[in-house]
Design a protein around this ligand. Structure first.
Ligand SMILES: Nc1ncnc2c1ncn2[C@@H]1O[C@H](COP(=O)(O)OP(=O)(O)OP(=O)(O)O)[C@@H](O)[C@H]1O
Ligand SMILES: [Mg+2]
Length: 295
């Protein structure tokens, strides 16, 4: 654990990697997303340095790591909104990094995205928000759209709220409507970016359960990027912890819980100080305070 997967079967399936550890009825032991040698920088800042990462089909895979480490960037790379500097990103067998605009657009329609900032359209009702992608991207007749919208809203427990306007929803309800909208086109995969942020413990619990249930009931594949260690570990089949451009640890939640590396323990247990320092590097406070007449 802690290193990159490098051992391969002749056909390229990593040994003991994320794609072999899936459980549950919807699981199939193959990769929906296969990332190899991914490097990506922004200016002088290296965000990913030759990262390998697998997302197993049918599984809930968590990607965790400190703020600013590149989790949102990773989702953007997987969905083709950003192109890597080096390496390959394969989604359902398609090389995202080399796809042309129309192929990429087609592939992206098969990925539902629930970004933290993915707000609802405020001048449309709950129903119309969920109907929006169906009206935009399909030629389904109104009766079919209605049926699908009601089914999606039923799946998130909000069929009864279909006539409400977004301003009448709680934060947790709005998140669930956004989720119904994200699954409107029956994607193969959903990318969640911080789905629990700003939720009270109850609606957080509802969302946690919902993500798992939707994944299993609809045969989805889910990638959950989150800071909420406990909630995320409770539904993940496999976890990656990334930092400093690398995969610092990976494994099932049980394997991560047993991981003894000081860095991983600090992150998972939420300790304020450890190998990751709370303080930006500085001379000792005493030395600093004793220096007079400067600063
Ligand atoms: N458009 C951009 N231009 C330049 N730098 C960016 C841009 N977007 C992100 N970055 C930088 O890339 C790094 C990774 O950002 P990213 O948003 O992926 O982090 P993150 O892990 O999602 O953080 P958080 O947990 O706070 O959401 C950060 O240092 C950020 O400052
Ligand atoms: Mg982010």
């Amino acid at each position: 654990m802690g290193g990159q997967q490098s051992t391969q079967f002749p056909d390229g399936v990593p040994i003991g990697g994320a794609c072999d550890t899936v459980s549950g009825p919807a699981a199939a032991p193959d990769c929906l997303v296969r990332i190899r040698g991914l490097s990506f920088s922004r200016g002088a800042q290296v965000i990913f340095d030759r990262v390998d990462l697998d997302i197993a089909r049918g599984a809930v895979t968590a990607v965790m790591g400190p703020s600013g480490t590149g989790k949102t960037t990773l989702l953007k790379l997987i969905s083709g909104q950003l192109r890597p500097d080096a390496g390959s990103i394969e989604v359902d067998g398609e090389p995202v990094e080399t796809l042309g605009r129309s192929a990429l657009y087609k592939l992206r329609r098969r990925m539902g995205m629930l970004f933290q900032s993915g707000a609802l359209l405020t001048d449309l009702s709950v129903f119309d928000n969920v109907a929006y992608p169906l009206r935009e991207h399909t030629k389904l007749n109104p009766a079919m759209v209605r049926k699908l919208v009601l089914l999606k809203l039923e799946a998130v427990g909000l069929r009864g709220a279909r006539d409400l306007m977004p301003s009448a929803l709680s934060g947790g309800m709005a998140r669930r409507v956004a989720l119904a909208r994200a699954i409107a086109l029956d994607p193969m995969m959903i990318l969640y970016d911080e789905p629990f942020t700003g939720q009270d413990p109850i609606s957080m619990g509802v969302l946690v359960t919902l993500i798992r249930q939707l994944n299993d009931a609809s045969g989805l594949t889910s990638i959950v990027v989150s800071h909420d260690v406990r909630e995320t570990a409770s539904i993940a089949d496999y976890m990656y912890i990334i930092s400093n451009g690398k995969v610092m640890a990976q494994g099932t939640p049980a394997q991560i819980a047993a991981e003894r590396s000081e860095w991983v323990r600090q992150f998972m247990d939420g300790l304020p100080d450890g190998p990751v320092h709370f303080q930006y590097p500085a001379p000792s406070l005493a030395a600093d305070l004793l220096v007079r007449g400067v600063g």
